[in-house]
Design a protein around this ligand. Structure first.
Ligand code: ZN
Length: 162
């Protein structure tokens, strides 16, 4: 199905299936002994916990990423989609996605309607936009991204949604 021509309800169904698929069989799940950066993320409201492993090259590129932990379907699917997305990216590009996604989901970024944020093509990450209707789940969907931000900025820290 082409998302550009799909009816909104079809698109919702497509995104719902994508989330369920990633929640059931998460990509890049497990630890990464060669990680150069790690961070933990906790979402006390829901009980989601994850540890993120990222391997960043001398050229500042994400060569590999994995995560492990336990959490609800949204948090696991989001972490799976995130690792899928950022592998191969430059760290700056990955952080652009972090800012764009968190802004889009929480609506707190001042520039959510501006071209700066729109210039990031979220692609399949738009599947996560459905959580905007459920504010308590936004933290589940952004947890892995906060961990990514911590991992890239300061190795070994813990990101909490609270
Ligand atoms: Zn959760």
């Amino acid at each position: 199905m082409n998302p550009g021509t799909a009816k909104p309800e079809d698109l919702r169904e497509l995104y719902r299936e994508l989330i369920l698929d990633h929640a059931r069989s998460p990509r890049h799940f497990g630890c990464l002994p060669s990680a150069t950066h790690t961070a933990e993320g906790v979402n006390p409201l829901c009980g989601d916990k994850l540890k993120l492993y990222v391997c960043i090259t001398d050229e500042d590129r994400v060569s590999d990423a994995r995560f492990e932990g336990t959490g609800c379907a949204i948090s696991v699917a989001s972490a799976s989609l995130m690792t899928d997305t950022i592998i191969g990216m430059r760290t700056g590009e990955a952080l652009d996605f972090f800012h764009a996604l968190v802004g889009r989901l929480s609506g707190t970024a001042p520039d959510t309607r501006q071209p700066a944020s729109d210039s990031v093509e979220l692609g399949k990450l738009r599947a996560l936009e459905g959580v905007r209707e459920f504010p308590s789940r936004v933290k589940c969907a952004t947890l892995a991204w906060h961990a990514l931000n911590s991992a890239i900025s300061r190795s070994g820290s813990t990101a909490s949604t609270e």
